[in-house]
Design a protein around this ligand. Sequence first.
Ligand code: SF4
Length: 352
Amino acid sequence: MRPIPMESSSWYTKRLPRGCRLCRQGAKMVLLVTGRCGESCYYCPLSEAKKGRDVVYANELRVASDEDIVREAEAMGARGTGITGGDPLLIMDRTVRYVRLLKERFGTAHHIHLYTATVDRERFLRLQEAGLDELRVHPPIRHWGRLGDLGLTEAVEGLDMKVGFEVPAVPGEGEGLIALCRFAAANGLAFVNLNELEVSETNCQALLARGLHVRSDVSSAIEGSERTAMAVMEEVGDAVPVHFCSSSFKDRVQLRERLKRRAKRVARPLDLVTSEGMVLLGVVETQDLEGAYRLLRDAHGVPAELMAIERGRLEVAPWVLEALAPGLPFPCFLVEEYPTADRLEVERRPLG
Ligand code: SF4
């Protein structure tokens, strides 16, 4: 069976897991429940801010309370959540609490998948009972050729939730990946997801030390990862559904769609949402924010809904500020930001 192409050089055979279908629409919230993990995979891409740290993030929002998670899911109109880590199974009480919370607040149709490197039937059963829909096991690379040692067959036997593997397509590990797919087929697993291996601030030295390098200066994808995944898919055929998720798919489709979704919901009348899901706004910087607000309102007739004093600056609809900036006595800028909780600024252009 030949793999079927998707957007941005991703591929799949047979069918996509439900969790992936929702990710493709940008409808899944990413909930990192801890940065702690019992493994130390050399390719682990987790950032410095998260790796080994017991922190919680809902998308880009550092979570301080359970309500933060609910608010972020509402802000993006999430139809599901991908629970990730670290290893969520190291902090079972918290993970189970979050699964229950999301199901209670958003209903049983809110689809939840979870990644773990732990194989433990008792913990799998607790998650299933809490309402988890899809379990994605990431066996450490040293086990790929001998998965029987992990006790996975017994651990997942008879579970109602979907169970599959999710691992990176590591160049040079084709044999192990084929063994993993064959194991999945023989044990009735629902899918195997192969992620394109990516470089990050924390794994780049380890990848370089193994002779792995990026495909180009403008890509974080590792050369040979896609080729490895394609060879595995060709070899495995239709024995088990396999999905190759490319680095550019994550960036150009999953993230982009999630940003557009969030931008549409959180945009104020003064924000301009671009076709890429970014927010454009005008910014006035001055010590006298109240004075600037009054000047724009009284002398230039700018309506209140097109201005706001936020984050220590005066924010103004960009089309309004572009027209007024040449005559204003303050520094004015056109700013482009992510529509995320951290509102990361990506570009700033002076006006006037
Ligand atoms: S199991 Fe996942 S989170 Fe843990 S070290 Fe490996 S890649 Fe990182």
